[in-house]
Ligand binder design. Structure first.
Ligand code: GTP
Ligand code: MG
Length: 317
């Protein structure tokens, strides 16, 4: 028999991270009758049920194809495990995307110690757009954030496409490889929102990586965002920069108004789930996305995502 939303919610609330595979199986099950169980699970892990926000740090790792995100995560997970933090990674699999795989060399998988029960890694299907998140990924991240210390969502995207992960995560790190001029241009032109942390990978390549870091710092200064950290890392042995990167990610979370960010995430997530289900037509029935945001902003702050989605559905009828 498959687990109920109540059982799984209870296990997550006592930080039983061995519940993670069953949670993923539930949220990825697209059978219509499972929606009730998913809503039950999410109600069990909602701020109202918990008496506050889920404790995990939800970290978005995003950037162009082949930038080195997965390789970097193998190292970052190692640092977090040394700090005795449990980690869940949801790697959004872009294999269906038109742009193909990594640009330089082969694409890597996140490498973790298979004997370590404190790490959970799962590939998930992407949403419709490059950089988009499927409703299952948002639901999984919200549920796992109750039991794990760190929940990572890895997506491929650059420019506006990373807004989904920015809305779902507490902290977003945009990962670029040296000489990736498009990110710089997107940043300068305002197409891309300023990330919480910028990471330049492949520092082992030397001058080209230093130049990339300098150009990004200059662009941030001209945008009045010079406090945004730009961290250079090398994932090749000897790996470097990862303690600094982990600290920068933690420091962002410490400055953050978590309640406000999570509230915004629930509202944006409900609207995104609604649009996946009901399309542009549904959005038009709500009077457009501005009107939808206004409607959501008027709702009780303690409502969970399924409840907010139902509010939108009721209004669209
Ligand atoms: N020289 C060097 N190569 C690296 C480094 N990090 C990653 N790579 C290589 O870059 C390629 C792409 O790395 P991935 O980790 O797969 O990049 P990704 O951003 O996850 O790629 P996608 O998931 O396809 O978007 C691989 O061939 C890696 O070995 C690094 O620090 N230095
Ligand atoms: Mg990858």
């Amino acid at each position: 028999m498959s687990a109920t939303g109540d059982d799984l919610g209870e296990r997550l609330r006592v930080c039983d991270i061995s519940a993670a595979p069953a949670v993923l199986n539930l949220v990825e099950n697209r059978a219509p009758e499972r929606r009730e169980a998913i809503d039950e699970l999410l109600a069990n892990v909602s701020p109202a049920a918990l008496g506050g926000e889920a404790p995990a740090h939800v970290v978005g790792i995003t950037g162009p194809p082949g930038a080195g995100k997965s390789t970097l995560l193998s190292q970052l997970v190692r640092v977090w495990r040394e700090q005795e933090r449990t980690v869940a990674v949801l790697a959004v699999d872009p294999s269906s995307r038109r742009s193909g795989g990594a640009l330089l060399g082969d694409r890597a998988r996140i490498a973790v110690d298979p004997a370590d029960a404190g790490v959970f890694v799962r590939s998930m299907a992407a949403g419709g757009r490059l950089g988009g998140l499927a409703p299952a990924t948002r639901a999984a991240a919200r549920a796992l954030a109750v039991a794990f210390d760190v929940v990572v969502i890895e997506t491929v995207g650059v420019g506006q496409s990373e807004t989904d992960v920015a809305e779902a995560a507490d902290t977003v790190a945009v990962v670029v490889q040296p000489a990736a001029g498009d990110v710089l241009q997107f940043l300068k032109s305002g197409i891309m929102e300023i990330p919480d942390v910028l990471v330049v990978t492949k520092a082992d390549l030397g001058a080209v990586a230093l130049n990339a870091r300098r150009d990004l710092n200059a662009a941030l200064r001209s945008l009045g965002a010079s406090e945004t950290p730009v961290i250079a890392v090398s994932s090749l042995a000897p790996a470097s920069g990862f303690d600094e990167l982990a600290s920068a990610i933690d420091a962002h979370r410490e400055r953050l108004d978590l309640g406000a960010r999570r509230l915004a995430a629930r509202r944006a997530g409900a609207l995104a789930d609604f649009v996946v289900e009901h399309g542009e037509r549904g959005l038009r029935a709500l009077g457009g996305s501005r009107a939808a945001h206004r409607l959501l902003a008027g709702q009780d702050e303690a409502l969970d995502v399924p409840a907010l989605t139902r509010v939108l559905e009721a209004a669209a009828l």
